[in-house]
Design a protein around this ligand. Sequence first.
Ligand code: PLP
Length: 514
Amino acid sequence: MKYFSTRSRAGHLLSFEEAVFSGLAPDGGLYIPEHIPTLPRNWQDEWESYSFLDLSVAVLSLYISPDELSPDELRALVNRSYSTFRHPDIAPLAKLSDNEFVLELFHGPTFSFKDVALQLLGNLFEFFLARRNARKSSGERPESLAVVGATSGDTGSAAIYGLRGKNNVSIFILHPKGRISPVQEAQMTTVTDSNVYNIAVKGTFDACQDIVKALFGDQPFNEKYHLAAVNSINWARILAQTVYYFFAYFHVRRQIPHPESSEIQFVVPTGNFGDILAGYYARRMGLPMGKLVVATNSNDILTRFWRTGRYEKLESTPGCDASIRSPAMDILVSSNFERLLWYLAHELSSAAPDSARRASAGATVGDWMKSVKDDGRVEVPVGVLELARRDFLAERISDDQTLQTIKQYFIGSPSYIADPHTSVALSAARIVSTNNPPSVVQVVLSTAHPAKFAEAVTKALSTVQGFDFERDVLPQEFLGLLEKERRVIDVDETSEEMVKNVIERELGAAGTRI
Ligand SMILES: *Cc1c(COP(=O)(O)O)cnc(C)c1O
């Protein structure tokens, strides 16, 4: 299997390894597989009894050529990646009723669904680097990577836990000092592995992002230190996430009275469109499911797209009181949405043969994204919108509704405590379900443990008698977290140079870790 860019007009192909190392394509596009694999003929019977790990190997191997990763190598990487999860099922399902399940994706080391992908990505980096270095002759400089990123919370800690202790990889994560939640700050800065550098920037999240952009824009620096990103457009992240849709499918069918006549509907709290895009791949591969439901908070560029066919940036993220909402979904544009746009453009194009049709889709997507960049908006042809509506529904949920839903589920039976992101999806599921026939079974993806968003959960449940955050929500692992030893480097917001100095000092003049 090879990969190409969503903006490619020429069909230049990369291996899986190259796509994983590149992240973004040089033309600004995102990598997608040259075709979407179909499922093996006996998949239903054969995969039925598979564990999460077995399913990972089965699904991933459809997208990775065996000459890049042998079945044994893939199995070893998958085993290592998910050995850090606390739950034996990796992604257990909570049954709320015969028609409503929650797929809990937060049982990894940072209690965020991002662990599912980043635990694997870290091991892929380490594996590919080790293999490249083993092929070098003695005396040649070993290859290494310096992952650099900015975070307002969730991504940073999941990336740090994905890369801690990995050979030939260092990770530098910038966060705005004092402006992220105490738990998330502690999760990041208490990781004291020697290859992990937390940089606290005196300034805003935007200041952190500007510094990171400046570093990536500095070509000589970039080449010397092999800067890499692990953001949500990395293909390996999407691929890893496809697995849990299959896992949920089999597990739900075992727990409902009429699996043969039921239809599963996945509802996904959405920001950068990575999580739900993985579901779209599963659907295109042939996993039976109803329309995928996009659930957004008031950063609703996606729900507005599904209503109007216009993909249009707002000036700024609206109404930000990050402490009482779902901050990991606060986005202005959804970076992975471009991948869906490519499939829609490809389907609508009548060019032939397929190579010409792909080139035409690449050109169309390139034009659309240019217009988003230049004018802040693009309006797609009505045919594209119709295709998008064939596969997706979309709902926008207010912050008030999000808090109310947390309360409704807590006092409901069975009682369930949702974090605000999960609550956005639960709210959307309720709205959509009013139009569902009784045969539809909803699976709501839960993307974070409620303890990560203590303020929102506490606020939602403050009027419930007998609610006790420490007893009802706080996991053992968080006890004492705030008091643990920390390692963090402080820098000024104006100072891209200071961040460079940190990287230079830590990695040495040669560009590899010393
Ligand atoms: C990142 C994140 C999301 C959004 O996922 P996307 O793949 O960006 O759509 C939702 N919830 C939580 C808790 C997250 O960390």
